[in-house]
Ligand binder design. Structure first.
Ligand SMILES: [Zn+2]
Length: 421
C-alpha cells in the first residue's frame, strides 16, 4: 500500500520538483541559488581542500546517481530533500513489499539477466550508484545492503581500493527516536560492527504480564502470550494472526476484561493491533529530522565541500529535544567487514544446535535462520538437521571453518570453530 501511494501521489510531485513546472529539465534562472551559496563561495565550515566552483553543482545535477532504499515515511521525506538539493539521478527501491528472505529479488531483473545469480545482478545494479541512502525500518534489509556494499570492495594485496567504496548513509526512526549515520564500507564502522545498538525486541518481563500489569500493553501481552495458547479460541492449531480482525477483536475483548480487573485504562482496538503486530507508530517530525540529516550528508559527500558526519548521530524528542554525535568504532572481529573469520568457542562435546542458538541469540551476530556448510574430506557439506544433536567430536574438528548463509547478508560469513577444553 505504501508503494502504491508513493507511485501515484508522491512520485509525480517529486518529478515536478525535479523537472520544474514546465515539465522539462531546463532550469529557470536562479533555480539552484540556495545550493550555490554552499558550493560557489567559501565559508568557515568548508572542507579545507575544497575549492569553490560551479563543478560540484554540475556533478550533482547531471552525474551523481543516488540509490534510495525504502519509500516509507523516512524514504519519501528523503526523496523530497534530495530532489530539492539538486540531485536528479535518484533511483528508489522499496523494500516494504517484499519478503526479507528474498531481498535479491527486489532489484529489477531483465531478460538479459535470466540465468545469472540474483546476487550478481543486484551487485551490478548497486555498483551503478555513487551513494546509497537507506530509509528502512528493517534491520535485516539494512544488514543485507551493508553486506552487499562490503562484497563490492576490491582489495589488492590486502589494501582497499578506495574507488570501490560506495558510501552508505543510513537513517532509522522508531517513534520519537532516530539516528543517522555515515558508513564508508571497509573504512569506518559498518552496520554489523555496531549490531549491539539494535537489541532484539524488548519484551515485558513475564512476571509483570502474569501478575502485576500496570500498562494497557501488559494486559494485551497477557492475552497474546498466556490466554491465547490456553483457550485456543479459533481451534487447536490456529495461531494468532495480527491481520485477522476476528483474532484482534477477541484479544481486544479479553484485554479489556484483564484491564478492568486491574483498573487499567487505555486498552483500545488500535493499541491491541499495534501490540500484537509490534507496530511502533511513525512520528512525522522524527522522520523529517532524520531525513534532513541524511540528505545533508549526501549533499556533503557528493559535493565534497564539507566534512561528513563522523559518524553517528542520535536524535531523541521523547521529552524535549536531545541529540548528540559520536564516532562508532570498527569492530576488529566484525563478522561482516573484518575480512577474518570470527572464532566460535565451543567444547568438543557441544552440539550443532548450540552453534545455531549462538548465531541467532548472540547480540553481535543476530542471524535469523542460519544454514551452515563446511568442508569435510575435501567436499562441501551442508550440516543438516539430523546432525544437530550429535556432539562435534563425531564430525567437526578443532579449527574447522564453517560457512554460514543467512538472510542478513548476501554473502556467506566464515567462522572458525575453536575447541575449548
Ligand atoms: Zn563491520
Amino acid at each position: 500500500a505504501g508503494w502504491e501511494l508513493f507511485r501515484q501521489e508522491i512520485l509525480p510531485k517529486i518529478q515536478m520538483l525535479v523537472d520544474g513546472d514546465t515539465g522539462s529539465t531546463s532550469d529557470w534562472d536562479d533555480r539552484w541559488n540556495h545550493i550555490k551559496k554552499f558550493l560557489e563561495r567559501s565559508g568557515p565550515f568548508m572542507h579545507p581542500d575544497f575549492e569553490p566552483s560551479t563543478e560540484s553543482l554540475q556533478f550533482m545535477l547531471e552525474t551523481c546517481k543516488i540509490l534510495v532504499i525504502g519509500a516509507g515515511g523516512l524514504g519519501c521525506e528523503l526523496l523530497k530533500n534530495l530532489a530539492l538539493s539538486g540531485f536528479r539521478n535518484i533511483h528508489v527501491v522499496d523494500m516494504d513489499t517484499i519478503d526479507v528472505s528474498n531481498l535479491n529479488r527486489q532489484f529489477l531483473f531483465r531478460a538479459k539477466d535470466v540465468g545469472r545469480p540474483k546476487a550478481d545482478v543486484a551487485a551490478d545494479f548497486i555498483n551503478k550508484f555513487h551513494i546509497i541512502v537507506c530509509g528502512l525500518d528493517s534491520i535485516v534489509a539494512r544488514r543485507w545492503m551493508n553486506g552487499m556494499l562490503l562484497s563490492l570492495l576490491v582489495y589488492e594485496d590486502g589494501v582497499l581500493d578506495p574507488s570501490s567504496i560506495i558510501p552508505l548513509i543510513d537513517g532509522g526512526t522508531e517513534g520519537f527516536k532516530g539516528n543517522a549515520r555515515v558508513i564508508f564500507p571497509g573504512m569506518t564502522a559498518c552496520i554489523d560492527c555496531t549490531l549491539e545498538l539494535y537489541p532484539p525486541q524488548i519484551n515485558f518481563p513475564m512476571c509483570t504480564i502474569a501478575s502485576m500489569p500496570r500498562l494497557p500493553e501488559h494486559c494485551i501481552e497477557y492475552v497474546r502470550i498466556l490466554l491465547w495458547p490456553k483457550e485456543m479460541p479459533f481451534g487447536d492449531d490456529v495461531s494468532l494472526d495480527g491481520d485477522d480482525p476476528e483474532h484482534i477483536q477477541w484479544v481486544y475483548q479479553k484485554s479489556l476484561e484483564r484491564a478492568a480487573e486491574f483498573s487499567i485504562t487505555g486498552v483500545t482496538y488500535r493499541l491491541t493491533q499495534g501490540v500484537v503486530k509490534r507496530i511502533i507508530p511513525a512520528v512525522a517530525s522524527t522522520n523529517a529530522a532524520i531525513a534532513a540529516a541524511c540528505a545533508t550528508e549526501v549533499f556533503k559527500i557528493a559535493s565534497s565541500a564539507y566534512l561528513p558526519l563522523n559518524n553517528y548521530m542520535v536524535f531523541n524528542d521523547v521529552d524535549g529535544l536531545y541529540t548528540y554525535t559520536f564516532e562508532a568504532e570498527r569492530k576488529e572481529n566484525c563478522s561482516a567487514c573484518s575480512q577474518v573469520p570470527s572464532d566460535l568457542h565451543f567444547s568438543p562435546s557441544s552440539k550443532l544446535q548450540e552453534v545455531l542458538d549462538y548465531l541467532t541469540e548472540s547480540t553481535s551476530v543476530q542471524m535469523k535462520s542460519p544454514a551452515i556448510t563446511t568442508t569435510m574430506d575435501g567436499k562441501n557439506k551442508t550440516l543438516y538437521l539430523q546432525v544437530i544433536n550429535l556432539p562435534f567430536k563425531l564430525g567437526l574438528a578443532d579449527g574447522q571453518e564453517l560457512a554460514v548463509a543467512d538472510v542478513t547478508t548476501p554473502q556467506t560469513v566464515l567462522f572458525k570453530l575453536c575447541f575449548t577444553s
